[in-house]
Ligand binder design. Structure first.
Ligand code: GAP
Length: 507
């Protein structure tokens, strides 16, 4: 745990030092759960967006993109269920005056009991060595089974209470589990109440009769309400998809873990409209396709896992999360949901407009079913950041910090460096910069020794450094250095463009 915190602290420090992510409005001591992306961060973020857009929209004939507004008619949120049910159960500690999510208190309690179980398992594994059968031990050891029963019973009770909206019993569960305020240790709890996560604001001047509107808590509804506009104008035939990248806002109660859980964040969502009855086929297709998208980045497979939902929202008939091994353990990175025809039907009901598709092959109209893929851009950014920062010991005894970002996502693709600041080398280097700038985001760097400059570029993940020396003036060649192997090679300036294309392309 201490290691995890240390690791996350290092990532946050690195992100700030090199201009990837800053706390929002830092000169005023920041705003909790809001962050600003700096010069390199905004480049990396844009590159992730492009990778998603290319894979989801441009490489699929039957998927198109939109860019809907953040403000939507308030009835949208009534129809989608967000006005009535997008809530978190909250509880306050009367002594510390701190506020908590009741479900998180219970979850943290479960993690503690699980840790006890794992301790027993580790101890037994040591004792029995090779002969240890973990599954059998978990099923038969009395201390383990007793703790597992405690967990199952608490989880069941919590679920039943939440399903029945019985907030009194949620509070009683917290009392019965003897959960204490993590800060003060006090068990003096208030009642539990529901708190809606949508941010609201007023549209129009008061005198004109301003109305309450919401900052969208997901981008998906902008797609649903545009379903017919897009289908008709793009003449799309089912199955087809509509994709969108954009900001979403949630008044998260517990916002921690850096950019993992923010109050303002970005989503990349795609709704895939299919024939009723064919949704499971497409659900499986998108599960696989989305995992392939992640693995194509070259991040090790063991960093990802599916977490299938056993219990689902009332409108879904299948749901899974792609979890990533973040610095604080496996957590949701992306959701893939089979949402049935719930959203479109709700919008039909509340708008009074038909949201149907005429299927010429079946010669009938129906409300399509929907498979949704939804990934948080900021979480993807954190996944890449946390996976790529490495502290490496080198053969000569020195060390370096390097960001092994997949080349095609790297914020800066090449650094162009004159060996010295004189003898016409800067001019030659800038000439090269000009020829590469149109196609690649490059940096010009002439300060400090060449070794220091290499380290600086390693630390921001620049895949290629190009050094211009005195020979370059004579023979029009330069030295290129590879970030990962640190190998150097002499190449013709005329070949630089094609070398970079080859090294940076997404295969
Ligand atoms: N339209 C479906 C939907 O919004 P969700 O599971 O609530 O589903 C989808 O959110 C994704 O959005 C998550 O998998 C996560 O990556 C991202 N996300 C959700 N809340 C977030 C937050 N507070 N901060 C950053 N990312 C968030």
């Amino acid at each position: 745990m201490a290691n995890q915190e240390e690791n996350l602290k290092n990532i946050i420090g690195h992100a700030k030092e090199y201009g990837f992510v800053f706390p929002s409005s830092e000169i005023y001591d920041g705003l909790s759960a809001a962050y600003d992306y700096g010069p390199l961060g905004s480049e990396l973020k844009n590159n992730i967006k492009q990778y998603w857009w290319k894979a989801m929209v441009q490489m699929h004939e039957n998927i198109v993109g939109i860019d809907a507004s953040i403000f939507m008619h308030p009835t949208t949120w009534k129809a989608s269920g967000h006005t009535d049910a997008f809530n978190d159960p909250l509880i306050d500690n009367k002594d510390s005056k701190k506020r908590y999510r009741a479900d998180v208190l219970v979850e943290d309690w479960v993690v503690k009991i699980e840790a006890k179980i794992n301790k027993e398992v580790t101890k037994a594994a040591k004792r029995f060595g090779e002969a240890f059968n973990e599954a059998e031990f978990r099923a038969t050891n009395p201390r383990v089974t007793a703790n597992q029963e405690k967990i199952d019973s608490a989880e069941n009770r919590f679920k039943t209470a939440m399903d029945a909206d019985n907030l009194e019993d949620v509070r009683q569960l917290i009392v019965d589990l003897e959960i204490a305020d993590p800060v003060s240790g006090s068990r003096n709890w208030t009642d539990v109440r529901q708190f809606n996560l949508m941010f609201s604001t007023e549209m129009g001047a008061m005198a004109d009769g301003a109305s309450t509107i919401y900052l969208r808590p997901e981008t998906a509804q902008g797609i649903f309400v545009n379903f017919l506009n897009v289908q008709k104008t793009s003449r799309l035939k089912i199955p087809f998809g509509i994709a969108q990248i954009g900001k979403a806002f949630r008044n998260e109660i517990i916002a921690r873990q850096f950019i993992f859980r923010m109050r303002e964040f970005e989503q990349m969502e795609m709704q895939f409209f299919v024939r009723p009855g064919e949704e499971m086929k497409w659900y499986e297709y998108w599960k696989e396709a989305r995992m392939e998208w992640h693995l194509a980045l070259g991040i090790p497979e063991e960093k990802y896992k599916f977490h299938d939902h056993l219990k689902m929202a009332h409108y879904a008939n299948a749901a899974t999360d792609i979890e990533f091994d973040f610095p604080f353990g496996f957590k949701e990175l992306e959701g893939i949901h089979s949402r049935t025809d719930f959203d479109l039907k709700q919008h039909e009901k509340h708008s009074g407009k038909k949201l149907q598709y005429f299927d010429p092959e079946l010669n009938e109209s129906y409300v399509p079913y929907v498979i949704e893929t939804s990934i948080g851009l900021d979480r993807m950014f954190l996944a890449i950041l946390s996976n790529s920062i490495k502290n490496e010991q080198l053969e000569d005894g020195s060390s370096r910090v390097v960001m092994r970002i997949p080349n095609f996502l790297a914020p800066c693709k090449a650094a162009i460096m004159p060996l010295t600041k004189k003898d016409g080398l800067p001019e030659k280097a800038r000439e090269i910069l000009k020829t590469l700038q149109m196609d690649f985001n490059c940096q010009y760097d002439e300060k400090d020794s060449i070794g220091k400059r290499y380290r600086r570029q390693d630390a921001i993940g620049t895949p290629i450094s190009i050094t211009v020396d005195h020979d370059s003036l004579e023979d029009n060649s330069v030295t290129i250095r590879d970030r990962d192997t640190m190998q150097q090679e002499r190449v013709a300036i005329a070949d630089l463009s094609s070398i970079l294309f080859n090294k940076l392309k997404l295969k």
